[in-house]
Design a protein around this ligand. Structure first.
Ligand code: BG6
Length: 254
């Protein structure tokens, strides 16, 4: 904390907490968009918080993405025992190392925990969604996932994320029209944190977050400022870990 005070980050944290109406915020120095090494610091800071809140018997859910992958990579060894790590949702057809399944397995190894894999496409037609949710094996896993007491999630820029998920151009046009700026858990949010678009996906839904002991959001880079603010308003995480680049930009805009 001394470092935070010396370079003014404690002030940034306080302001950001106030503007976004959050309980706790950590701001690491630098801007991920200018320095890729900042991702490691975001990961380390979120991992340290996770270590603080983790208790025996917890089910920990993780989303995909490069930032949450950095959390797993920087997790200090701690083994409270009887931990289960689960992916928050199915894959998004991303590179293997950034899929929630891979990150869950990686984090579990560091926590000497069990993990669960959930191999279901992230984007489903309504029909496929219904029939898959009815499959006993899938329903059983879903139930475990939805029991998560802690979740660590990334935040995406809406349009960039929609492209990464290969949404068809007409759907992307809908997102643009509705002013989508941020994405998390497959939901897309506008500037005020209102849901403007939602995918049919199996996994954690926004409603599942309300009962959790710790919702930990981690994202940085000036370019993600709007996305972070939108998701923070919608999700109201217990802890937001971000960087100076995003923090200053959010404060300039809100
Ligand atoms: C995805 C998550 O895998 O990663 C999204 O499912 C999140 O919810 C995104 O928005 C963020 O990715 P990154 O690589 O920018 O941390």
């Amino acid at each position: 904390e001394v470092m935070g005070i010396l370079d003014g980050r404690a002030d940034l944290e306080r302001e950001l907490r106030r503007v976004l109406g959050l309980r706790a915020v950590r701001v690491v120095s630098g801007d991920l968009d200018e320095n890729p090494e900042v991702k490691g610091d975001l990961g380390f800071t979120a991992a340290r918080f996770l270590r603080e809140v983790l208790r025996r018997g917890d089910v920990v859910a993780v989303t995909g993405g490069t930032t949450v992958a950095a959390v797993a990579a920087r997790m200090p060894p701690v083994h409270p025992g009887n931990i289960l790590v689960v992916p928050a949702r199915g894959g998004v057809g991303e590179r293997m190392e950034y899929q929630a399944n891979t990150i869950a397995a990686d984090l579990a190894e560091r926590l000497r925990a069990e993990y669960l894999l959930f191999h279901v496409p992230d984007r489903l037609s309504e029909e496929a969604y219904r029939s898959l949710a009815g499959e006993p094996q899938i329903a059983e896993k879903l139930q475990l996932i939805r029991q998560a007491s802690i979740v660590v999630h990334g935040i995406g820029q809406a349009i960039a994320m929609a492209r990464r998920r290969r949404l068809p151009p007409e759907e992307i046009a809908v997102l643009e029209e509705r002013g989508a700026v941020g994405e998390a858990f497959g939901y897309y949010f506008d500037r005020d944190g209102r849901i403007v678009y939602q995918q049919h996906t199996l996994g954690l839904g926004l409603g599942d977050l309300s009962g959790m002991r710790a919702v930990i959001a981690v994202a940085g880079g000036r370019g993600k400022a709007g996305a972070i603010a939108a998701v923070a308003k919608a999700v109201a995480p217990h802890m937001l870990v971000t960087d100076e680049g995003a923090a200053r930009e959010i404060l300039a805009r809100y």
